[in-house]
Design a protein around this ligand. Sequence first.
Ligand code: ADP
Ligand code: ADP
Length: 232
Amino acid sequence: MIYIKNLTKVYHSDSGDVKALDEVNLHIKKGEIFGIIGLSGAGKSTLLRCINMLEKPTSGSVEIDGVEMTSLSPNELKEMRKKIGMIFQHFNLLTSRNVRGNVAFPLEIAGVDKKTINQKVERLLDLVGLSDKADSFPSQLSGGQKQRVGIARALANDPKVLLCDEATSALDPQTTLSILNLLKDINKKLGITIVLITHEMNVIKQICNSVAVIEKSRVVEQGSLLEVFANP
Ligand code: ADP
Ligand code: ADP
């Protein structure tokens, strides 16, 4: 599903160059929940953002569903991004829109007709268990509820891949568990490939099939959960 080859990302700043990713190679299979774990500053966020080209890689390639992401025109990239949903640590909801409006947003951008939008939003809110909060605003929701809205919004364009950027890091342990269970459920029901980055081993152990360990800009290990974390 996702092939990352020799991916390198160098940030240029006033204080010098930072190599955030150094020749990273990853293979993420269709339908799996793939976890990327590492300490703060290891390069996780850069790696995730290079998958949907929110960051432009310095060199290397990212292939998703047979499409080379680094050589797309702006229009082609816009189309590809519909296949890639993303959720965030701090949810990134639109505060001026209610729950329904937040989930409808990517569909409006994509030019979907109103009737289809309404039907789809109902279905998505049902999927994430928020039908009774459709008219609430983000400020009226708990953290877990906000992330459910984030998930519903990320799924609006029927993506094939869901990227999760520290999606449970702002949540308490019990809420974390319920969000992870929802992600597992979505993976199973919709067959979506999930890629998540985290600094928490618990998250990896809860839901991942495969894992990569990133240390100082390099992937130092990858494989099934058992292969990577079995005691020697
Ligand atoms: P993680 O997500 O694992 O915490 P990041 O990918 O955010 O790691 O950061 C990796 C390295 O790249 C860090 O040294 C960080 O300071 C640097 N970095 C990240 N984003 C930028 C940026 N926009 N400009 C310059 N350096 C950056
Ligand atoms: P905004 O006022 O910024 O457009 P809203 O949250 O009021 O944001 O509405 C966004 C979209 O959500 C609308 O275009 C509409 O399709 C849908 N929507 C909002 N409220 C309802 C509702 N009560 N019933 C059905 N659809 C709604």
